[in-house]
Design a protein around this ligand. Sequence first.
Ligand code: GLC
Length: 839
Amino acid sequence: MATKQTKKSAPKAKKVAAKTAAKYGYFDDAKKEYVLTTPATPIKWCNYVGTLNFGGIVDTTGGTLICKGDPALNRITKYIAQMPCSDFKASTIYIRVKNAKGYTVFSPFVVPTLTKMKKWECHVGLSYMRWIAECEGLRTQVTIFVPTGSNTLLQDIQVTNLDKASKEVDIIPVYEFSHFEAEKQLTNADWVPQTMTLKGHWEKDGHVVLEQYAYMKRDFAVNYVTANCKVGSFDGDRRVFLGANEMGSWAAPLSLANKELSNSECDRGDNIAALMIHAGKIAAGKTFRTCTQLGQEQSLKVASKAIAKYRDLKNVDKAFDELAKFWEKYLSTIQVQTPDAAFNSMVNVHNPRQCHTTKNWSRYLSLYQLGYGTSRGIGYRDSSQDLMGVMSHMPEEALELALNLLSVQRPEGNAMHQYAPLALAEDNGNEANAGDSREKKGVLDENGNPAYADWYGDDHLWIVLTIANYLKETGNMDLLKKEVPFYEAGKKRAQREKGTVLEHLKRSLNFTRTHLGKHGLPLLGFADWNDCMNLPLGAESSFNTGLYAKALLEMMDICEALGDTKSVEMYKGWYEDVKKAFNDCAWDGKWWVRWFDKQGNAYGTNKAKYGKIYCNSQSWSVISGIATGDRAVMGMDSLNKLLNTANGVKSSTPGYRGFDPNVGGISTYPPGAKENGGIFLHTNPWVMIAETILGRGDKAFQYYSQINPAAKNTKLDEFESEPYCYPQNILGDEHKQFGMGRNAWLSGTSSWTYQAATQFIIGVRASFKGLIINPCIPSKWDGFKVTRKFRGATYEIEVKNPKHVCKGVAEMIVDGKKIDADVAPIFTKGVHKVVVTLG
Ligand code: GLC
């Protein structure tokens, strides 16, 4: 592997990389797909189908991890992410071809039979996966997706005979079930298998429905698998299907040597759903098509409607078309045409698509964040930020989640760190948790008081930005009057204290205003955004300072829109106070420090041995306007000099070189990894935004391009991660594997890079007065075009850059009329032409 080479052998490694350019796949922009041409990706790659309500992960070799409503509490399939790529993981399809001696068996996903294919493609699409595999003279096309709004995973299988002679073919799709409580499946091998149950229900016409549940769910939630056609037989017991007391394997199940499966039900044990579908003799050039369904409903009776619907292949086609229409509409909210193809492809398709994924799954379910146990869930800070990435596209869906977040805010104003969606829906009085802070519970300081906070200093502040975003996008100010409960553990929602949305926001700001440290900066709490720096209570955070100041600016905007000048003045006072405190204590000479511990020692200072400079204190002080003039520029320039690499901006440098209990989590990583001097990607868009505020479009765009995963498609032996979505982190240059990406899909990088690109580089953003158009672009661009839907109207915007500047609106013409500012009016309908000239 190129990245493991020593310095001496590096040139050789480079040659190898060049020869193997784009060897894993390519972007098909017209179809909005990434097409893999080999299953042997450097690490597991995946895609998402459906939503959190029903859906999950489909990997590129046919493994599926499906949940309904909550990955921890209602898991359906048993996908063990740590298994090697080549192993069966919860689902596959076997294709069986009759020959003179018996049968040849292969899987169109390659896994688990590991058959060599003549041709193999996996199309990573917008909420669907499609494989095209050629093997044994057959062309198999499989499409997996969840129809919009349904509780069903469809698997549309089409087998075409490419040979001249007819072939006798069987299709055997298989799913393996998980206990609904995902963690129990792994930790309890007594209760779980005793309760896992699978039954086969034959219908008169030869169809079968396999019903599966853990016994206690029999009357409430059952899983089912069925096909649109008759089946010859089935197996529900893994031991029977694999054969010889499981000496048979997933790669070669012994039962496939027999014409029929055993119709095994499973009264306890490992539940699977294997169907024997006899396609019969497929004539030369002909196609056999079947569609399987995996679903969950309260009962089979309730499921019968969906079962009947998707047994009709016309409805399967219709559902697939509807999914495409959903995406067409979603993506049409913002479409750009710039001179940079990789930027266009990311901004028009893959980035907004990833935002839809993070909106659904927060940090709950990925191949890295495995969704076991309820100590994770929907993260307060994470989802507050994710929502800003979908706010222009689906504000009402975003609001629904934002209201859930507000409902786990404490009456004091700070917030619970996470909530479990199913527990929230059940109103069980215990739906939220305080996050990792519990790990330090019971640790006392020198006076016998708790040494660590049980709250995070940033969580509650993010939601102010999110709600402001919603209000600006929709203009629905009535939301502020809506009553939402606060979180009081142990009480049912109806018994909890309530407050209006406006009151919730006020309490957020008030909490921070009343939790300032000795320099007058907001307290860190257990941690700020960087949840790996855990200093004892009393520590102050520059990041929380920037976020608090930005939240105050947003609140001033809201109060102004409400005509409440008194509150505007009050929050302005708070803003000036914290700005002054920050400027009085946090300047280190060339950059802003990152934290002060309770004794007043600075972190992120040139005097320190490790962690001399941190990225976030530079970017957030600019974003919030508390850094101005030379210091703002100098902080960003120091960041550029000390933290930037060809693969992105590092979060700090140099990394700690061993575990230091005084700083906590950050030092559990080797230098160059994750928060400890790694390129923690989430921080990079903040750098882009800060640069656009300083008017430096060339720099902002460089920061954008150097982390663009699409641009890494020819460097995948180094990057390793999916090129069609942002990973959470890339190893930094202190690490031997510099450039390697990990933790794909669920990262705040998605929302923020999308905001940076669309609202700050392209420069089109919603405000209470209208649509602001104030780009900050590379000076070499002649201009660009963008279509933006806003409050019911469509804005067709053309930006011209005759003088090749980065920023500065010289003229704005809306529907032929000159406008005096950089804000296009609110129209509520129609198509409107906007021409902006920079200069
Ligand atoms: C992870 C956490 C997120 C945190 C970030 C930085 O992504 O999910 O909440 O802000 O790490 O530490």
